[in-house]
Design a protein around this ligand. Structure first.
Ligand code: NAD
Length: 195
């Protein structure tokens, strides 16, 4: 039986979610795309239907209405980071498994609340840390686990990514403490996860 999945947040990164739904079409069926900007939800529904024709994908401006009407098995969340915890908690309480974009949340308290809600609801909660699956990272992990480096005493990581002015002006939430959380939360969260 296929799992039904709904996408919440249809912005810049959401095409990756659509790609994943399409690649896993034997296990997943996208049933809804939600975004307060309905044209964005319609665009994602269209992208999916172009690859998986013949399936209806409903679009919503309000994800709560979607949860109440469709009861998806899984939701994936790709909204501004500051909204992840509230939306994830609502979805878990509504009985969905949740796959949430990084950063998981913008405070430890919010992240703990998500984990606690998932445990109480008996639902899975996952965060998109796709870099764990990069070939060099997998190789390094294998080497580490097979004892190649002995006992590690110290770890450090440097991020040399560029995010120019255009990146920050593209969406009003970027660079804000409330919705983005700063570079430690937005970009470095990947490397903290790898460490
Ligand atoms: N895994 C990665 O490497 C990676 C890469 C880029 C972005 N991200 C993360 O993905 C998230 C989104 O980033 P983006 O660049 O796509 O941002 P974006 O601003 O392009 O998209 C966010 C979308 O969420 C929508 N939205 C806001 N409130 C909503 C609600 N209540 N219900 C449904 N949709 C809502 C907005 O209208 C917008 O379309 C961020 O948390 C970011 O950190 C992860």
């Amino acid at each position: 039986m296929k799992h039904s999945v709904a996408l919440i947040g249809c912005g810049r990164i959401s095409f990756k979610h659509i790609e994943a739904f399409v690649k896993n079409v034997d296990q997943l069926q996208l049933i809804a795309a939600c975004d307060p900007v309905i044209a964005k939800a319609q665009e994602k529904a269209g992208e999916y239907q172009a690859s998986v024709p013949g399936l209806e994908v409903k679009t919503y401006i309000n994800y709560q209405t979607m949860l109440a009407e469709l009861h998806p098995d899984i939701v994936t969340i790709a909204t501004e980071s500051g909204k992840h915890s509230t939306i994830a908690i609502e979805c878990l309480k509504a009985g969905c498994h949740v796959i949430c974009e990084k950063p998981m949340a913008l405070s430890s308290a919010d992240a703990d609340a998500m984990i606690d809600t998932a445990k109480k609801a008996g639902k899975k909660l996952a965060v998109c840390f796709q870099n764990r699956f990069n070939p060099p990272v997998l190789k390094l992990r294998n080497a580490l686990e097979s004892g190649r480096f002995g006992q590690l005493l110290h770890g450090a990581i440097q991020i040399r990514w560029n995010r120019n002015e255009k990146y920050y002006t593209e969406a009003p939430w970027r660079g804000t403490w409330a919705e983005d959380g700063g570079t430690l939360m937005n970009q470095c969260t990947h490397s903290i996860d790898l460490l």
